[in-house]
Design a protein around this ligand. Structure first.
Ligand SMILES: NC(=O)c1ccc[n+]([C@@H]2O[C@H](COP(=O)([O-])OP(=O)(O)OC[C@H]3O[C@@H](n4cnc5c(N)ncnc54)[C@H](O)[C@@H]3O)[C@@H](O)[C@H]2O)c1
Length: 285
């Protein structure tokens, strides 16, 4: 939680006190903060977790596998550059099991004595023609993308209230929750992400009085395992996706670090209920 000392920044601080306690860049520090990131073993989840650990936080990556894979362990050690000012931990949990994720996040917060940040990044993408979509596949997408986001946000919100934290909850949506991606047969995914955007607004509205913020983050196409499958099955898609945004390219996962750090940190202290589009301009035209 911010102390009054930490609030001494900006022009008014210089005018009233002659100096500042924090510069604008220092607003982004996450020193001593504690974060949970669902879907944190890889993809955007691990990318954001790394950003937080580099900014000084203890970050608990929550994912399905009983043990983290070698890819995760390699990032966790990060010996060469020594860029981790905080640390990365791994915890196994399925976000679709409400009791389990509440307990898991609650235990992390109790052990650390606080919880400041929650990113709900666990997600699945199943494409199918809308007239053929099976009930089971539709339910699976909703279970992970919608229920899982809610259960993680609930777990974090409960822990933030218990530990009296002015926390930040970030729900991974997608530009597909804002528009229907051209040429993609992904009705369930698109509907799930629209639900997440509205969920973020609703959570922000309910928890604002407790000092807890909640925002949706809507990336465009990003190179991760999720998109790799589509691109492998349909190589011409890459050119098509690139042509759909003014920057004429697909994002690298690390390009989401900056916005994730902004939303988690004191730099975004007045930002809640927002839906941040980071889509290379895909939805601009
Ligand atoms: N890659 C993109 O282009 C893109 C664009 C916009 C939004 N997103 C969203 O960002 C989020 C992360 O996507 P990504 O590209 O990193 O995907 P990814 O497939 O690389 O990572 C998703 C992670 O979620 C985990 N996961 C799945 N089900 C889970 C469950 N029930 N419990 C716990 N963990 C579970 C997976 O094991 C995986 O590690 C998703 O919500 C996705 O919809 C991705």
């Amino acid at each position: 939680m911010s102390t009054s000392n930490e609030n001494n920044f900006g022009v008014s601080s210089i005018l009233e006190r002659g100096t500042v306690n924090r510069t604008s860049v220092e607003l982004l520090t996450l020193k001593d903060r504690v974060a949970v990131v669902t879907g944190g073993q890889g993809g955007l989840g691990l990318e954001m977790a790394l950003a937080y650990a580099q900014a000084g936080a203890a970050v608990y990556c929550i994912d399905l596998a009983a043990q983290p894979n070698e890819h995760f362990k390699h990032v966790q050690k990060e010996k060469a550059g020594q860029s981790l000012k905080g640390r990365l931990e791994y915890v196994s949990c399925d976000v679709t099991k409400q009791d389990n994720i509440w307990t898991t996040v609650g235990q992390i917060a109790d052990k650390e004595g606080r919880l400041d940040i929650c990113v709900a990044s666990a997600g699945v993408l199943k494409g199918a023609d809308v007239l053929e979509y099976s009930a089971a596949d539709f339910q699976k997408v909703m279970d992970v993308n919608v229920n899982g986001a809610l259960f993680a946000a609930q777990a974090a919100g409960r822990a933030m209230v218990k530990h009296n934290a002015r926390g930040s909850i970030i729900l991974l949506a997608d530009m597909a929750g804002n528009i229907a991606n051209k040429g993609m047969h992904t009705t369930a995914f698109n509907a799930s992400k629209a639900a997440v955007i509205q969920m973020a607004r609703s959570i922000a509205s309910e928890l604002g009085s407790k000092g807890i913020r909640c925002n949706a983050l809507s990336p465009g196409y990003v190179y991760t395992e999720m998109t790799k499958e589509f691109l492998r099955d349909n190589p011409s898609l890459e050119k098509e996706w690139r042509s759909q945004n003014p920057l004429n390219r697909i994002a690298k996962a690390q390009e989401l670090q900056g916005i994730a750090l902004f939303l988690a940190s004191d730099a975004s202290s007045f930002c809640t209920g927002s839906n941040m589009l980071v889509d290379g301009g895909d939805t601009a035209w």
